[in-house]
Design a protein around this ligand. Sequence first.
Ligand SMILES: CSCCC(=O)C(=O)COP(=O)(O)O
Ligand SMILES: [Mg+2]
Length: 228
Amino acid sequence: MIKAILTDIEGTITRISFVKEVLFPYAAKQLPTFVRANANKPDVAEQISAVKALIEKPNADIEEVISTLLTWIDEDKKITPLKQLQGLIWQTGYEHGDFKGHLYPDAFDFLQAQYNNDIALYVYSSGSVKAQQLLFKYSDYGDIRSLFTDFFDTKVGAKQEQMAYNTIVELLPFKAAEILFLSDVAGELDAAQAAGLKTLHLIRDGQASTKAHPYINDFSQFKLEQLV
Ligand SMILES: CSCCC(=O)C(=O)COP(=O)(O)O
Ligand SMILES: [Mg+2]
């Protein structure tokens, strides 16, 4: 029996183009100024140090760090310090009303229905917890953060690694088999399944994909019986 749902964001409940054509370009444009201006603030300094450690250049200057981060944005790298910085930068965009957090209408209806049905909702995205909460605070449907019990990002591990799901299960008051993981990425579903979670693949907007997991094209097709 499913008692909890753990959902991905991009491609699952949010259109990929919102992330790739709105959020990422905004972060890329603001990042150089933001990092230069805030380099000494603890939450930014921590990410700068993490970038230097990852590129194994402890003496890299700020411009090299910025150029590394911009390359990672271009390559859609899900690297924790980049994702943490993006969350900090998007805050201004949301607060200024430059964009709202996009959710597919069927996803919003689905999440609300599950919440009303006492299914606990959790989020696991490569976007930082801050970025997740901003998207839900400034969503097309208003502030919907209260639908979710908790939020996880790559601080628990990478999304295609089984260990990350083991860690999440240890943190939740449910058995792995009572949790349904939703994602648009087969590798993430494989990792969740290896950890014992139930899986459901969202294959939206005509995306080509393998069909190794139960799948739907949108949440109007959701049926509990299709989950094995
Ligand atoms: C949390 S909103 C920003 C989404 C993002 O930065 C991202 O990398 C999306 O990854 P996901 O794991 O949700 O597919
Ligand atoms: Mg996704």
